[in-house]
Ligand binder design. Structure first.
Ligand SMILES: Cc1cc2nc3c(=O)[nH]c(=O)nc-3n(C[C@H](O)[C@H](O)[C@H](O)COP(=O)(O)OP(=O)(O)OC[C@H]3O[C@@H](n4cnc5c(N)ncnc54)[C@H](O)[C@@H]3O)c2cc1C
Length: 421
């Protein structure tokens, strides 16, 4: 097997964007991408809602997402590569108290937003005051208004992955698909060829990776395997600091839903905004192609951390949980049906909900995207590239500089997000 400057493991948005920015910085780098699936974006990238927002309370979240959004916009508008990017906005429905809270002031100072009134929300077909009984039994809230993020919307995750993969192929990066990495081989930096190496007194590195086709070698390795990092890190005693959480999407259709999805709301591409109910925070992602909503709910307590090979959507989770709430706020859900469903995982950083990007020896680990890897993926790739090239700061697409160690473990500087879904 040939040897590379860098081997990237995982061809989701994180691995692709990292390889792209490494190669952009240094065209001479010899890079291989190793992916266990037959093509790119078959992991969580392909299962994503792929919505994007720049409305966050955490400054780091704002920086990572606003620059990635600007880059994707550049790809679509200047480079003419269709990402299916639509600026239909984010509509966070809230009760009066939340709408008037400090966190919303904070968000509004930074990002382009509007506040929508109760009347405007009613005109969209949303019940602002659910029945008293429903509010009491199901913890629903009376809607006081909405925070509407303008530099927000949806895109097609397959398209952005395809942009990076296509550019990487043109730049000569080698792809090894259907190639599972079974093991990271720990070796001494200075080999003595004594049985039992590496000993505690030897400096260590990842010497090679093990695949069904044999070993592959590189100077540096980038582990961008999202929720699957632990199977490679646990055997060598490195903590990823992430845990997997199953996330499900239900595609829901119906005549009333189709009319709602294609409503020409404020001239925003003729698509209903990406909408978040006030509580429980169910998410409605309009899918203009099929005229359906993709419904999800990020359950925390009660949802275990088990990682299955082929996670399946649970219809009871939709019908007994999500639908019960949806029909109280949005009556068109009374005449709707589930026309598709799938499940994936969030690689959850349970502390502050943003990527961990850190180095151990000659291995860079980029994981913990916590449900926002599409909207932050381009920035994450730039930070990985900066770390791999030994830079202290990463320059994002929009010119913002981020200290690389701020996303690491030891000197991490990321505030906990308050506007969570
Ligand atoms: C239901 C759902 C909805 C989401 N909604 C949004 C959203 O609206 N907006 C947003 O920004 N983000 C969203 N996300 C999160 C987003 O999809 C992820 O953060 C992002 O896709 C992570 O990208 P990644 O490249 O790190 O991981 P992945 O796309 O999972 O890529 C990891 C790759 O590594 C490969 N791999 C794993 N182990 C090995 C191995 N041993 N050898 C070789 N290859 C291996 C996998 O096959 C996979 O292709 C959502 C996620 C889910 C599941």
């Amino acid at each position: 097997m040939e040897s590379y400057d860098i081997i990237v493991i995982g061809a989701g948005i994180t691995g692709l964007s990292s390889a792209y920015h490494l190669k952009e910085e240094n065209k001479d780098l010899k890079i291989a991408i190793v992916e266990r699936m037959p093509t790119f974006a078959q992991g969580n990238t392909g299962k994503s809602d792929a919505a994007f927002r720049d409305i966050f309370t955490s400054e780091m979240n704002y920086k990572l997402s606003s620059s990635s959004i600007a880059f994707y916009r550049h790809v679509q508008e200047d480079l003419g590569f269709d990402l299916g990017m639509r600026f239909n906005g984010y509509m966070f429905l809230m009760d009066e108290e939340e709408l008037n809270s400090e966190k919303i002031d904070k968000v509004r100072k930074r990002s382009k937003t509007e506040i929508l009134s109760r009347d405007e929300i009613s005109n969209l077909g949303i019940v602002v005051r659910p029945s008293r009984e429903a509010m009491e039994i199901m913890n629903l809230k009376e809607i006081g208004g909405a925070l509407f993020g303008k530099n927000c919307g949806i895109l097609e995750p397959q398209n952005i992955a395809s942009f990076y993969a296509g550019e990487l192929e043109k730049m000569g990066v080698e792809f090894f698909y259907s190639t599972n990495v079974e093991k990271l081989n720990l070796e001494p930096v200075k080999r003595l060829d004594y049985p039992g190496e590496p000993f505690i007194w030897q400096e260590k590195k990842i010497g090679s990776i093990e695949t069904k086709n044999g070993k592959m070698y590189a100077d540096q390795y980038i582990l961008a395997t999202d929720v699957w990092v632990n199977s490679l890190l646990d055997p060598i005693g490195i903590d990823s600091h992430i845990r997997p959480k199953k996330r499900q999407v239900f595609q829901v259709s119906g005549d009333g839903i189709k009319r709602m999805v294609n409503m020409d709301y404020r001239g925003r591409d003729g698509i209903f905004p990406f909408t978040i109910l006030p509580g429980p925070r169910i998410v409605m992602r309009p899918e203009p192609g099929s005229g359906s909503f993709w419904i999800s709910y990020n359950d925390e307590i009660g949802r275990d951390f088990t990682l299955e090979d082929d996670p399946q959507p649970e219809m009871e989770f939709y019908y007994k949980n999500n639908l019960m709430v949806l029909r109280e706020y949005i009556p068109v859900f009374n005449e709707s049906r589930v026309t598709g469903a799938w499940a994936g995982y969030y690689s959850e950083n349970t502390i502050d909900g943003t990527y961990y990007i850190f180095r151990e020896m000659n291995l860079i680990i980029a994981t913990g995207s916590s449900g926002s890897g599409i909207m932050k993926g381009d920035s994450a790739g730039r930070i990985v590239a900066a770390l791999a090239s030994g830079k202290e700061k990463a320059r994002l697409y929009n010119g913002t500089e981020v200290p690389v160690e701020a996303l690491g473990i030891k000197n991490r500087r990321v505030e906990r997000e308050e506007l969570v879904i």
